[in-house]
Ligand binder design. Structure first.
Ligand code: PLP
Length: 382
């Protein structure tokens, strides 16, 4: 029996990460700037939440939409941070933000629909869209416009088939943040064009001093057309626990819950209790991860600027730096640098944007210095 062929590309970020792991396993020295995975011990409160759940000695299925305590805590967390107006029934707990995105696209898309995706984009958006027979419609941005698209960029790309806009704020790979006015304008265009908006906000907690994060959930008048995707992965350093959320109107949450019921059933029970502990202590646990990432961001940028003539700026949010390279192929650049310097990064091509590469500064401080020195030795940048 041959599996049905779906023409989707494997994730290049996962691919580069796996290549780096393989080299490591073979005893080679590798610094992994490819994975956006904070290398940091979990905050003890997360582990305590899980421990308490294990002590019950029974790990049953949870309700499909998530344990009520977690839905409540997550809703409170959203409402308090963003002055949003969600009720608990408007929150679905998923196995990571990724599944919330997947279920949302599955629920919204019919074959041939077009999905507007600003570039550079997170690698999985176009591939997920293709899984459902829909068509990614890329809306390019550039460094000169701070890697943001405008409402009029969207208007120019609209067609009769446009159905969904995926907005990623705070953005991976660029760290771009949209202002209140920019979001309001985008949501107004979406309303006029009857677009649904999926707002991927999984980096909302990693917004650095002096910068402001504005959520699409802060516009209750648009609640009917917005699905906000959130996650514990980056906000609380819980990537492997796999807990994310979708926030939307109740009827959409009911559809997504039904989809989840027939696919993953629910997020892991133990992970949900761990996430509850993180959310109940969101300021402390979120602060722990954000402070650590902020230190690594500064270390990465200062070390880079001391080693290279090329000078780079601190990104406003997230875990990444999206840096220009002089070579034409970002894939070749990343392969060469992995081979010659033992440093893994992700080619801009994976994000729909050639001429750039992405570095994650979520590695340990020692690794950041070691990796940058190795890049300096091979003159990776001028
Ligand atoms: N959205 C963006 C922009 C991401 O970078 C990621 C993970 O790297 C996700 C969603 C999914 O995160 P998770 O499934 O771990 O919550």
């Amino acid at each position: 029996m041959i599996a049905k062929k779906i023409k989707i590309a494997p994730s290049l970020t996962v691919g580069m990460n796996q290549l780096a792991q393989k080299k490591k396993a073979a005893g080679e020295s590798v610094v992994n700037f490819a994975a956006g995975d904070p290398v940091l011990e979990n905050h003890p409160l997360i582990l305590e939440g899980a421990k308490r759940a294990l002590e019950k000695r029974n790990v049953p299925y949870t309700p499909t939409a998530g344990i009520p305590e977690l839905r409540k805590a997550a809703t409170k967390w959203m409402n308090e941070r963003h002055h949003a107006e969600y009720k608990d029934a408007q929150c679905l707990v998923t196995a990571g933000g990724k599944f919330a995105l997947y279920a949302a696209l599955q629920a919204l898309l019919d074959e041939g629909d077009e999905v507007l995706i600003p570039a550079p984009y997170w690698v999985s958006y176009p591939e997920m869209v293709k899984v459902f027979g829909a068509v990614p419609c890329i809306v390019p941005s550039n460094e000169g416009q701070q890697w943001k698209i405008t409402a009029s960029d969207i208007e120019k790309q609209l067609s009769k088939k446009s159905k969904v806009l995926i907005l990623n704020n705070a953005a991976n790979p660029t760290g771009a943040l949209y202002s209140e006015e920019e979001i309001a304008a985008i949501l107004n265009v979406a309303k006029a064009a009857q677009l649904m908006v999926i707002s991927d906000e999984v980096y909302s907690g990693l917004v650095y001093p002096g910068k402001r994060f504005v959520s699409c959930s802060s516009f209750p008048e648009h609640q009917e057309r917005v699905i906000v995707v959130e996650s514990c992965s980056k906000n609380f350093g819980m990537t492997g626990w796999r807990v994310g959320f979708a926030f939307a109107s109740q009827n959409i949450i009911e559809v997504l819950t039904a989809l989840q019921g027939h696919s993953t059933t629910a997020a892991s029970s133990i992970s949900q209790w761990a996430a509850l502990s993180a959310l109940e202590n969101a300021v402390e646990v979120g602060g722990y991860i954000k402070n650590a990432m902020q230190r690594r961001r500064t270390l990465f940028v200062e070390t880079f600027n001391a080693l290279f003539k090329k000078q780079i700026a601190l990104p406003d949010s997230g875990l990444y730096l999206f840096l220009p390279i002089e070579e034409r192929s970002s894939v070749e650049w990343c392969e060469r640098v992995l081979k010659e310097a033992g440093v893994a990064s992700v080619p801009g091509a994976a994000f729909g944007f050639e001429g750039y590469v992405r570095f994650a500064f979520s590695e340990t401080e020692d690794s950041i210095v070691k990796g940058l020195k190795a890049l300096h030795e091979i003159h990776a940048f001028h």
